[in-house]
Write a new protein. Structure first.
Length: 134
């Protein structure tokens, strides 16, 4: 039921979302498989996917850690070379997981105040952050 799904979502956040020093991490390249994750998978992660797609990335998927099935999100994280977690830092749980140490990049852009993935202010906020990962 709903309680079980919330518990699984909490475990997923613990596994996928963690504090990582981004300095020294491998730069993202267009041949990489990338998963962009936000809370619901509708605006911030889709905007990140859009920014990457405009820069030649073709293996990029967006999802939400609460709106998508946790097993599916974990499968995508296993598949990906890089996992971009986009959102508000306070949404994230800081528990390290060695399986994702070299995959996770966190983009703290706050909560969704834009309402759509192609909002000019959202893209202006995300673009320099993503370009810093390339």
């Amino acid at each position: 039921g709903g309680d079980g799904r919330r518990q699984v979502a909490a475990v997923l956040r613990v596994r996928v979302v963690r504090e990582v020093g981004q300095e020294g991490m491998t730069a993202l390249t267009p041949d990489m498989k990338v998963v962009c994750i936000c809370r619901r998978g509708q605006v911030r992660s889709v905007a990140a996917r859009h920014v990457l797609h405009c820069r030649g990335f073709r293996k990029v998927l967006a999802c939400g850690w609460e709106s998508n099935d946790p097993e599916a999100v974990m499968m995508l994280c296993e598949w990906a070379d890089a996992v971009l977690v986009v959102g508000r830092a306070s949404e994230w749980v800081d528990v390290p997981d060695a399986r994702y140490r070299d995959k996770v990049r966190r983009l703290d852009i706050g909560t969704d105040v834009w309402g759509r993935y192609d909002h000019p202010n959202l893209l202006a906020t995300l673009t320099p952050l993503i370009e810093g990962l390339l």
